[in-house]
Design a protein around this ligand. Structure first.
Ligand SMILES: O=P(O)(O)OC[C@H]1O[C@@H](O)[C@H](O)[C@@H](O)[C@@H]1O
Length: 305
C-alpha cells in the first residue's frame, strides 16, 4: 500500500484492518457521523453504520460457502459481468466474477461538500484467473461516498477490449431489516416482474410488497426510486438509482434458508435484498472502448407510521 494513500486515509479517520473474510483486509472509516467498512476481497461496501443507528447493511455470522467461489452474505456484493447463472458454463459461479477477487484501494479523500470519498478498482489484468475466465479486458471502479445520512456507490465498468462486451449486473444490496416479514417495499406498484419462485411467470405488482420473507422477483423497466419501510427498526430507506433498468427483490424465506449452508437459518429474517440491476431481458452490451455506470444512493430517515 503506498504511503501517501495511507496518509490520505488516516486524514479521514480511516485505517486498513485485517478482516476474517478470506484472510484479507478491509478499509474502515470512522467519522463522528458514521462508520463504514469496505472489504477489499470481493471489493464491496461491507457495512455502513450512521451514528446512533444499526447498520444499514446486513452481516451474516455464517462464514459462507467453501472454496474459491464460496459466497458470503453481507453488504453490497457486485454481480458482474453476469447476473444469475452463467449459461455457457455451469462450472462458473452464479452472479459473475467481481465478487470473488481482490480489488485495489486507489483513492481516499473528500468531495467538495466534505463527504468522504473512497475509490477501489479491479482490472482483468490484475488476476490471471480473471483473464482466463473472461478474456475480454476490462476495468471496474467503485467510488463510495459517505455522509452521516446516506451512502452512495458509483460503479463503472470499462470495456478495454476491441469487441462488444455482453453484460448483466447488480449491486446486490443486503439491507438489514428488523423483521423481513414485517418489512414493506414501496415504489414498484404496477411494475411488471418475472417471478423466479413461480416458474419465471410474468406478473404485475399491485400496491406495495407488504412482506419480504419469500421472494425472488426481477422487476423490469423499474422506477429509479424505491423505499424500504422497516417497522421494527422504525426507519425508512430511500433508494435511488441511475443506469439501472431492473430492480431485483430477493429473500429465500425460511425453508430455502435452512437448506443453504452458506447462511444461518435465521438470517433470512434480518435482510431484504433490493438490487440495483440490469438483468434478464435488460442485459446490454458495452461497446469497445466505452464504459457503463450504475449508481446507487441510499438515504435513511426515521419512520413515523
Ligand atoms: O449469491 P447470493 O448472494 O447468495 O444471492 C443469491 C440470489 O441472488 C438473487 O439476486 C437471485 O435473484 C436469486 O435467485 C439468488 O438465489
Amino acid at each position: 500500500m503506498n504511503s501517501q494513500l495511507m496518509q490520505e486515509l488516516e486524514a479521514l479517520g480511516g485505517e486498513i484492518r485485517p478482516a476474517s473474510l478470506k484472510k484479507c483486509d478491509e478499509i474502515v472509516i470512522e467519522q463522528p457521523g458514521f462508520t463504514a467498512r469496505i472489504a477489499l476481497w470481493g471489493g464491496h461496501l461491507a457495512s455502513f453504520v450512521p451514528f446512533g443507528q444499526e447498520d444499514l447493511l446486513f452481516q451474516s455470522n455464517n462464514k459462507g460457502g467453501k472454496g474459491r467461489f464460496g459466497r458470503r452474505h453481507f453488504g453490497v456484493p457486485v454481480c458482474w459481468p453476469w447476473f444469475g447463472a452463467y449459461e455457457s458454463d455451469e462450472d462458473f459461479p452464479a452472479h459473475g466474477l467481481a465478487r470473488y477477487f481482490r480489488w485495489k484501494f486507489s483513492e481516499a479523500g473528500r468531495f467538495k461538500n466534505g463527504d468522504v470519498k473512497i475509490v477501489i478498482q479491479l482490472a482483468s489484468e490484475d488476476h490471471p484467473l480473471l483473464e482466463e475466465m473472461w478474456p475480454q479486458a476490462f476495468e471496474l471502479r467503485q467510488v463510495f461516498r459517505f455522509s452521516s445520512k446516506e451512502f452512495r456507490i458509483n460503479f463503472s465498468a470499462a470495456n478495454l477490449s476491441d469487441q462488444s462486451m455482453p453484460v448483466s449486473e447488480a449491486l446486490h444490496t443486503y439491507f438489514r431489516v428488523g423483521n423481513s416479514k414485517k418489512t414493506e417495499v414501496r415504489g414498484l406498484d404496477q411494475v411488471s416482474y418475472v417471478d423466479k419462485f413461480d416458474n419465471g411467470d410474468m406478473k404485475q405488482q399491485k400496491g406495495p410488497i407488504t412482506s419480504c420473507d419469500y421472494m425472488d422477483s426481477v422487476y423490469l423497466s423499474a422506477p429509479d426510486q424505491t423505499e424500504i419501510h422497516d417497522k421494527k427498526l422504525k426507519r425508512k430507506l430511500i433508494i435511488r438509482t441511475e443506469g439501472s433498468q431492473s430492480t431485483v427483490l430477493w429473500n429465500p424465506g425460511e425453508a430455502l434458508a435452512k437448506q443453504r449452508n452458506d447462511m444461518d437459518d435465521e438470517d433470512y429474517r434480518h435482510f431484504v435484498c433490493l438490487e440495483t440491476a440490469n438483468a434478464l431481458s435488460e442485459a446490454y452490451s458495452i461497446a469497445p472502448g466505452e464504459m457503463h455506470q450504475l449508481k446507487l444512493k441510499v438515504h435513511f430517515e426515521e419512520l413515523d407510521e
